[in-house]
Write a protein that binds this ligand. Structure first.
Ligand SMILES: Cc1cc2nc3c(=O)[nH]c(=O)nc-3n(C[C@H](O)[C@H](O)[C@H](O)COP(=O)(O)OP(=O)(O)OC[C@H]3O[C@@H](n4cnc5c(N)ncnc54)[C@H](O)[C@@H]3O)c2cc1C
Length: 716
């Protein structure tokens, strides 16, 4: 309402301006004919005339009315060069800033929420270089100033930056026009003021800041490398440190395009995912699920039974699975692909030099034009007093530590309510452990929508997991041969006995022990990189868990493409890592699969959206398999079928998500999914039905009413 009033007031002033023929005074002819009168006012009341002129100038520019150019000339004609320049310079900047603020107030949130996704690159550019762009635009008087004011108001540039850059940037052009105004009698037309030569000079002047910025970048790079002696020639095109998902894919790409690549791994080929992460956890989940289904066999018309098993055999299967996947990431495979694989600890000693302590004992130094750091992350362990006495396991140690157990731990406390904690809690509960899961926050899986977290939480509870949210771990204690975790819950201490404590509170990037300090490479929570995945040294890149912002195998592999291509071909073209469509899945039962915006995020960020839901309890295949728990939730742009995000909770959610990922990546809307044949009866049909729900909600009711009449008429 307030906005409408402001808009109406502006429109009224604009209409009055034209109705009262004021615009005629703001032409060259009008100015010339009225000049005598204006001069007599000025000699009678100089201050008042200057004040009135200033105010009128501010109003004309603030309301984006035509006539600012003539008023600038008037400034010169009436007040002379320097006083005119002073008045016009401030009046025009204040007026421009008011126009900018009005545009921002009235339109910015609407434009950003409607086109925010498409504007994101522009927004980023403005945040980074907005002052430079504005300066260039201001210096070149060929761009209509009123448009610059209005358009800049829609971007995220700060009002103060807009003000001072405008004031400085417009000064040269203002000077030319005010000076022309001092010669008003000789002036025949407005277009004569700016000769082509003058325009070109302004354009060059306008480009100067951008060129200066490039120069500063170049000097900064020189300074970063300043204390290092660059090798005259390099042993390798690319050295990759770490052979997890990020490192393996980087090396693969390098070798595929015939670069000479060395990949160095200090520990196990395949990194976390193969040895301690995705692969063993999914193998454990499968065994736990079979045990669960045996207990639940009645649901399928079979006799339920309590699974009898040796936990040692379950763990042996997990290690067998790792061994079966191992060849995909092995030294042999990568050697055959043309990668030189070295097993040892790598250390950066210069921006182009890596020292490798080989496992066999030898140490060697290699140089490379580019280096990719793919050193991963390790489980974060909070500094709880008592941990040394009671002991604990993490996802790194559990697979070996539990390998020799005949039975799963009787009382397992899992610290952490994120995806890893949830997957492992449920699995151990299904294998017979009495699991207590402790989370400091208000709910599990904080990143997902509350209803998603609730479904997972209920499922875990159904499996016997005791979930304690808002419980902050304080310390562990060992008393009388028994271990306890002490938590704080709303000011009270809660004591939880355990046989094993599994810490799963997140994973911290590896940032020490391989030369980052020597080179002064910046780190915050992760290794700091720019959009091209370059570190402080543009020839050293970082990918995967060590770089963030995501910690998944597929995002490490995704980044690896950008880093490898930029490292090997960046002199021709560099690519910014694209994080627009990032999917992930938590492999609990039911699975939780997500891509793009969640409903919670859309609300928090005030992004207009529509939510379409489809319950899996309606799907024929889900009914046939007695697995009806879960739903599909799709967020779309209001009134359009463009997908902003999708979340699937249920059986095979991770597999189902792929269709939405593809659709989002390639700009396909729900209509396209609806128009695609899905085999009956599959789980994938659920995606089509979700699209159908959206279609139903957007049925053209009025047209359908007419159709109904038409058919009635046809029946006679
Ligand atoms: C229990 C668990 C389950 C998971 N489940 C999934 C899942 O289902 N899906 C998913 O996408 N992600 C999952 N993840 C995450 C996934 O494992 C990681 O995101 C992925 O492994 C990251 O790959 P990376 O290449 O960045 O690092 P890593 O795989 O950690 O590899 C880094 C490698 O660098 C080596 N290294 C480090 N420093 C040096 C050095 N100085 N010299 C030589 N070598 C060095 C390390 O030894 C390591 O092998 C899971 C993680 C865990 C812990």
């Amino acid at each position: 309402m307030k906005k409408l009033l402001i808009l109406a007031a502006i429109a009224a002033v604009a209409v009055a301006f034209f109705m009262l023929d004021l615009h005629q005074w703001l032409t060259l002819e009008g100015l010339k004919s009225g000049l005598g009168r204006f001069e007599s006012w000025r000699s009678e009341a100089p201050l008042l005339t200057a004040g009135g002129f200033f105010l009128l100038y501010v109003i004309v520019t603030a309301l984006s009315l035509p006539g600012a150019t003539v008023m600038t000339l008037a400034g010169g004609a009436l007040f002379g060069l320097w006083q005119g320049l002073l008045l016009v310079s401030f009046a025009s900047t204040i007026g421009a800033t008011l126009a900018f603020l009005v545009s921002r107030y009235l339109l910015q949130s609407w434009v950003q929420s409607r086109f925010g996704n498409r504007l994101s690159a522009i927004n980023r550019g403005i945040v980074r270089d907005g002052a430079f762009y504005l300066f260039t635009l201001r210096l070149v008087p060929a761009f209509p100033f009123f448009l610059i004011n209005l358009l800049m108001g829609l971007t995220p540039i700060k009002a103060w930056t807009f003000y001072w850059v405008s004031q400085v940037g417009m000064l040269a052009g203002t000077l030319v026009y005010v000076n022309a105004g001092t010669q008003i009698a000789q002036l025949e037309s407005l277009s004569g003021i700016l000769s082509p030569d003058l325009l070109i000079s302004f354009a060059l002047l306008g480009l100067f800041p951008l060129l200066a910025k490039k120069l500063i970048g170049w000097i900064q790079r020189r300074r970063v490398y300043g204390r290092w002696q660059k090798p005259a020639r390099f042993d390798r095109n690319l050295i990759v440190i770490g052979a997890g998902a990020g490192g393996l894919v980087s090396a693969y790409i390098g070798a595929a395009v015939k670069a000479k690549v060395t990949l160095i791994e200090a520990h196990k080929m395949g990194g976390d995912c193969l040895n301690y992460g995705c692969v063993p956890s999914k193998a454990l989940i499968k065994s736990a699920r079979v045990a669960h289904q045996m207990r639940q066999a009645e649901r399928y018309g079979l006799e339920a039974s309590s699974p009898r098993f040796s936990f040692r055999a379950v763990m042996a299967r997990i290690h067998a699975v790792i061994r079966q996947v191992e060849p995909h990431d092995s030294v042999e495979r990568y050697t055959n692909l043309g990668v030189e694989v070295l097993q040892g600890h790598a250390q950066l000693v210069a921006p182009w030099t890596v020292e490798i302590r080989l496992h066999e004992g030898e140490t060697l130094r290699l140089t490379a034009r580019s280096i990719i750091l793919a050193t991963g992350a390790s489980p974060a362990v909070p500094p709880l007093p008592g941990l040394d006495d009671t002991g604990y396991v993490t996802s790194d140690t559990l697979w070996d530590r539990f390998a020799e157990r005949d039975t799963p731990p009787e009382r397992l406390v899992v610290l952490g309510g994120g995806p890893i904690g949830c997957e492992l809690s449920q699995s151990f509960a299904r294998l017979g452990s009495k699991v207590t899961q402790v989370e400091r926050g208000q709910r599990l899986m904080a990143r997902e929508d509350p209803e998603v977290a609730e479904l997972v939480q209920t499922s875990l509870q159904d499996d016997g997991v005791q979930i304690l949210t808002e419980h902050g771990a304080l310390r562990t204690e060992r008393r009388d041969g028994c271990n306890y975790l002490i938590c704080d819950h709303q000011g009270q201490e809660v004591v939880l006995p355990f046989d094993e404590l599994l810490i799963a509170v997140g994973r911290q990037p590896r940032l020490t022990g391989y030369g980052l300090e020597t080179l002064g490479i910046e780190t915050q929570r992760t290794l700091t990189t720019n959009a091209y995945l370059e570190t402080l040294y543009p020839n050293i890149y970082a990918v995967g868990d060590v770089a963030g912002p995501y910690q998944f195998t597929h995002t490490a592999a995704h980044q690896a493409w950008y880093a490898a291509v930029n490292a090997l071909f960046g002199q021709f073209k560099r690519f910014r890592a694209d994080y627009r469509v990032i999917p992930w899945t938590t492999f609990t039962d039911p699975e939780v699969a997500r891509v793009g915006l969640s409903e919670q995020e859309a609300i928090e960020r005030s992004i207009p959206h529509e939510v379409t839901r489809y319950g899996l309890d309606d799907l024929d295949r889900a009914i046939a398999e007695s697995e009806r728990k879960g739903f599909i939730k799709v967020l779309t742009e209001p009134g359009k079928d463009r997908i902003l995000g999708a979340c699937i909770v249920g059986e095979h959610a991770g597999e189902l998500l792929a269709e939405f990922v593809l659709a989002m990546k390639h700009g396909l809307g729900l209509n396209k999914i609806l128009g695609t044949i899905h085999t009956y009866p599959t789980w994938a049909e659920a995606n089509k039905y979700a699209a159908g729900e959206w279609k139903k909600a957007h049925a053209p009711d009025a047209a359908l009413k007419w159709l109904e009449r038409y058919h009635a008429w046809r029946r006679g």
